[in-house]
Design a protein around this ligand. Structure first.
Ligand SMILES: [Zn+2]
Length: 521
């Protein structure tokens, strides 16, 4: 491996950086005091805490999601110091594979400008894959991770080797993080793509395909065989066939009806032909509704229900989809534990399944996922959820099977079904302007902790400065952090990407963490 420039700052600059962090935290604490949100004594404590490299002895698990190029651009050591001293972070979740995107870079308008170094627009300039793979691990699959273009910035760096020592020196753990999606970074991907109800290839891979499952085991096993990783977080932001029909993320026809899924269905005594026919009819019904070609006189929801009654295989097929997805989790879990039993292995549950996909929630509890999950990390981004519920839930459902409800009625039912407090959360008119409250974080966390029933850890993904959010209020960030701990989580993961996070909000997280540590004494 070619090692070039070490981006860590010379010592005198690093000290300047420390002063910078302490200064920023001190200023923020003073502002909190003047707003009457913090006692002066606590403000001094916050500023002092920012100058110390150690956390409170009871500091719980605090991870942070990060893109590798941000850390390399800011410099590994100053970046680690900033997150530790502001947000009390003790674990970094860094992308090893960003399969979900063609470019990890973001436009400047989405990037924080107060990290002590001006952000840069890295779109199409940095790799998506940050580890080296070894062919001998991939004997049981035709799939391979495509090699990285060596012309890209940082392509010659070996981040997961370089960060180990600086993280250990700060008592921080190193997690590799992956988001699955379409196959632009995978060779031979076409062979494992799903088959839709019309017999055409879908955009994603089939969970039941042995080559795809073996590919993920190989990736996981290879990484733990070659890098000193403490943990692993993997996620796939795609929903099952039923939800994608009734709450369509895209207009793709339902999948998967490949030979492997048909065999799985047969083994579970489900008639694949009936499932395919049911999905085709339901899909075409919903498409006609969405295009406003049909408003059935007997009722939109009634006719939706008629499809389920006549084709109960729709529900059975959806459940098999979920089970096949969980089998991929288990394969990775087993592969990692065979190499490093102590590794902390868990799953990213994105915003839709955590907070509005009731089909996902109904299919299984977190306790049922526990045999192959050391942790479940839920997305609980309070501020951006308002806009998401408005556009991605209310409006989409109104275009499909909830045509008969007004947005106000639909929102009210949503709040009641999910157990969120409609007296606290925003009205339809205010959803996008206000976002959700810290109470949402408390209630969803509590429900998830109950679903895990002590059998797996819940990490709350606290979101700050996620693009699309209303302006972030550090006080709400502080409350959301504290609420996650009050509701019983083992830890939090500061989300969604470090490069978006403004220092006042990182400090608000740190305040919440330190408060939680104090109250757990
Ligand atoms: Zn399939």
């Amino acid at each position: 491996m070619k090692r070039t420039v070490n981006s860590e700052l010379p010592k005198e600059q690093a000290i300047g950086r420390r002063d910078f962090i302490q200064q920023v935290v001190g200023m923020l604490a003073a502002a909190e005091v003047s707003l009457g949100r913090m006692e002066p004594a606590n403000a001094n404590q916050a500023a002092n805490a920012a100058g110390q490299s150690g956390n409170h002895p009871n500091t719980p698990f605090v991870g942070i999601q990060m893109s590798p190029h941000t850390m390399l651009d800011e410099g590994i050591e100053p970046c680690l110091d900033l997150i530790k001293e502001t947000a009390a972070v003790n674990a970094v979740f860094v992308y090893s594979h960003a399969f979900h995107t063609s470019t990890l870079g973001k436009p400047l308008r989405d990037l924080a400008t107060d990290h002590g170094k001006p952000p840069r627009d890295f779109r199409n300039r940095v790799p998506s894959i940050w580890v080296r793979h070894h062919d001998e691990y991939f004997r049981n699959t035709r799939l391979r991770v495509r090699s990285t273009d060596s012309e890209l910035e940082f392509a010659d760096r070996d981040l997961f080797t370089e960060i180990v020592e600086p993280c250990r020196a700060r008592k921080m753990k190193v997690y590799a993080r992956i988001l699955e999606a379409a196959g632009r970074h995978i060779e031979n991907f076409d062979e494992v793509r799903t088959i839709d109800v019309y017999g055409n290839r879908g955009r994603y891979a089939c969970w039941s395909h042995p080559d795809y499952r073996n590919f993920w085991s190989a990736v996981a096993s290879d990484m733990f065989g070659h890098y000193d990783l403490d943990g692993f977080q993997w996620g796939a932001e795609r929903m099952g066939p039923l939800m994608n029909v009734i709450l369509p993320w895209n207009d793709d026809p339902p999948t998967c009806f490949c030979e492997h899924c048909i065999a799985r269905g047969q083994a579970a005594n489900i008639d694949a032909g009936r499932a395919k026919e049911g999905y085709t009819k339901l899909f075409e019904y919903v498409r006609r509704l969405a295009d406003e070609r049909e408003v059935p006189a007997e009722g939109v929801f009634t006719i939706f229900l008629r499809h389920l009654i006549r084709y109960p295989e729709i529900l059975s097929w959806e459940y098999q989809y979920r089970l096949s997805r969980e089998a991929v989790h288990k394969a990775m879990y087993d592969a990692i534990k065979a190499v490093k039993p102590a590794a902390d292995v868990g799953w990213h549950v994105d915003h839709q399944p955590s907070s509005w996909d009731i089909v996902y929630r109904a299919e299984m509890s977190y306790e049922e996922m526990a045999p192959y999950s050391d942790f479940i990390k839920l997305i609980l981004y309070h501020a951006v959820l308002g806009g998401r519920i408005y556009s991605w839930y209310l409006r989409r459902f109104q275009n499909t099977i909830l045509r008969e409800l007004s947005l106000r009625q639909s929102l009210e039912i949503y709040y009641d079904l999910m157990g969120y407090d409609k007296n606290v959360e925003p009205s339809v008119e205010d959803l996008r302007r206000e976002g959700f409250s810290p109470d949402y974080v408390y209630r969803e966390t509590k429900r998830s902790v109950a679903s895990a029933n002590g059998k797996t850890k819940i990490y709350a993904g606290i979101g700050i400065d996620v693009p699309g959010s209303p302006p972030e209020d550090p006080e709400k960030v502080y409350q959301a952090t504290l609420n996650a701990f009050r509701a019983g989580v083992t830890g939090i993961v500061v989300s969604r990407e470090y490069e978006e996070m403004k220092v006042p909000n990182l400090c608000a997280i740190g305040r919440g963490v330190r408060e939680a540590a104090k109250t757990s004494e």
